[in-house]
Design a protein around this ligand. Structure first.
Ligand code: ADP
Ligand code: ADP
Ligand code: MG
Length: 472
């Protein structure tokens, strides 16, 4: 049995993995850069190793990280999401050094990380895909010819993309020509790889994804779907399970399709198959993420299954703890990504010291965070600093509970997306449970709110005054 795990990540997901280890009686080892000396994952893990002064590259140095795993006596490594999570070389280095990689094998990571190869594998397996290129584009002329064949609008996408970057919609030849070089340069900059491909743009789609789990004994199951249609610039803001937008028959269909897709590539460990649902109720494969996802919490909340613990058991060679027919769900869950950003200022990252943090609580509330009062959010990393996951028995109660919890929560000192989430919750369209990926762009008026947060110094002054008043 795995006894000690190196957590090759930072922030809330590192904390999440440490929590799973702790419940399983497994020791955890954190890594940190200078900028993360006071980070929560360092405080929560059993041991922590400094990986240098470079804020970002430290978390990207696979050889160094695996070395630390070996030296500290770990027998496994969890990559989290982002950083090296979908880097096949990390999985290979782990295999060579006899460290169990908590994820699928390097070949599957490589295959599914390449969106063109992934599409081709899915087409071969009989999974519906939107029409598009069967290889990387050789040049803008090839792109134009293909766009003419499949019809505008089309999407130009970075073949190795992730995190919503390197994706552009093109409505005409003119668009395609002006976006072509831009997407290549974005892809090069963000992913170090210039390859791009093209696929038909699904107009006003819903983003529906299926959580799958596969073990080393050939068992593959799904844990239902998540609806991630509330996005800004192709990045998820709110995720919901189950989707309020599909029928039970569609739910069964898409769950089975997810399992079929995972089986087709011999998938092992936790993974997500992302689909688009068009206005005529057709599902199309979009991509597969070969790692734990940010929004796994909503699935855990409705099923009661700890996906991170399941990942660890799978990597340990144990069979899945559940058969498909054992997986039950109850109620609805919704996750809010609380980003340290100023929505009113084009979601500009807002880093700095958290002068006060009040965690929300009460029934049906879960937080996964990496902040605390006095913590300085460093400017080098993702701006997501907290996730709020709400559960309730039905959709209406969920909306009310979510509003209550967001109001309950206090993050002072930096700007956050909390007031913007409250605006979305007030929107009749959102509340109706019918929305597509264009929702945020189509509702600029949701940004017209007055900030309820007192300015940072005032917040500190008020709490100081309260303490004096109470004679504490
Ligand atoms: P999820 O699908 O889990 O919701 P996101 O797409 O939001 O994940 O990505 C989670 C994190 O991983 C983000 O910080 C994102 O920027 C990062 N990320 C995802 N894919 C890549 C990639 N291919 N290259 C670099 N960073 C990535
Ligand atoms: P990433 O790897 O960055 O997560 P995805 O391929 O999953 O990239 O796409 C991210 C988002 O971009 C989707 O959730 C969807 O909103 C939008 N998108 C991607 N491809 C298409 C498409 N063909 N048609 C319409 N929207 C798309
Ligand atoms: Mg995606």
């Amino acid at each position: 049995m795995i006894k000690k795990i190196l957590v090759a990540n930072r922030g809330e997901i590192a904390v999440r993995i440490v929590r799973a280890c702790s419940e399983m009686g497994i020791k955890s080892v954190a890594i940190y850069t200078d900028a993360d000396r006071h980070a929560l994952h360092v405080k929560k893990a059993d041991e922590a190793y400094h990986i240098g002064s470079e804020p970002v590259t430290g978390y990207l140095n696979a050889h160094n990280i695996v070395n630390i795993a070996v030296i500290s006596g770990c027998d496994a490594l969890h990559p989290g999401y982002g950083f090296l999570a979908e880097n096949p070389e990390l999985a290979e280095i782990c295999a060579r050094r006899d460290i169990k990689f908590i994820g699928p094998n390097a070949d599957v990571i490589r295959q599914m990380g390449d969106k063109v190869q992934a599409r081709n594998a899915m087409i071969a397996a009989g999974i519906p895909c939107v029409p598009g290129s069967d290889g990387n584009l050789a040049g803008v002329e090839e792109a134009r010819a293909l766009a003419k064949k499949i019809g505008y609008p089309v999407m130009l996408k970075a073949t190795n993309g992730g995190g919503g970057r390197g994706i552009r919609r093109c409505d005409s030849d003119k668009d395609l020509i002006s976006n072509y070089e831009r997407v290549i340069s974005e892809a090069n900059k963000a992913f170090g790889q210039p390859e791009v491909f093209l696929e038909k743009c699904v107009v006003n789609p819903r983003h529906i994804e299926v959580q799958v789990l596969g073990d080393s004994h050939g068992n593959v199951i799904h844990l239902f779907e998540r609806d991630c249609s509330i996005q800004r610039r192709n990045q998820k803001l709110i995720e919901i399970a189950p989707s309020p937008q599909i029928t039970q028959a569609q739910r069964e269909y898409i769950g089975n399709l997810g399992v079929k897709a995972a089986r087709a590539v011999g998938y092992e460990n936790a993974g997500t198959i992302e689909f688009l649902l068009d206005q005529d109720n057709h599902f199309y494969f979009m991509e597969m993420n070969t790692r734990i996802q940010v929004e796994h919490t909503v699935t855990e909340t409705i099923t009661g299954i700890d996906i991170v613990q399941e990942q660890i058991r799978i990597a340990d060679g144990q069979p899945l703890s559940f058969r498909q027919e054992d997986v039950q769900r109850s109620g609805y869950a919704m996750e809010f990504r609380i980003n340290a950003e100023d929505p009113k200022n084009d979601f500009l990252p807002s880093f700095g010291r958290i002068t006060r943090y009040f965690a929300p609580g009460g029934p049906g509330v879960r937080t996964d965070g990496a902040i605390y009062t006095g913590y300085h959010i460093p400017p080098y990393y993702d701006s997501m600093c907290m996730k709020l996951t709400i559960w309730a028995l039905d959709w209406e109660k969920l909306l009310n509970r979510a509003r209550r919890a967001l109001n309950d929560m206090g993050v002072y000192g930096v700007k956050t997306t909390i007031p913007y989430h409250l605006q979305i919750l007030n929107s009749a369209e959102f509340r109706s449970g019918r929305f597509h990926t264009g929702f945020v762009e189509q509702h600029p008026e949701l940004l017209n709110y007055s900030t309820r947060q007192p300015p940072r110094d005032l917040a500190a002054a008020i709490s100081a005054a309260v303490i004096v008043h109470r004679g504490l």
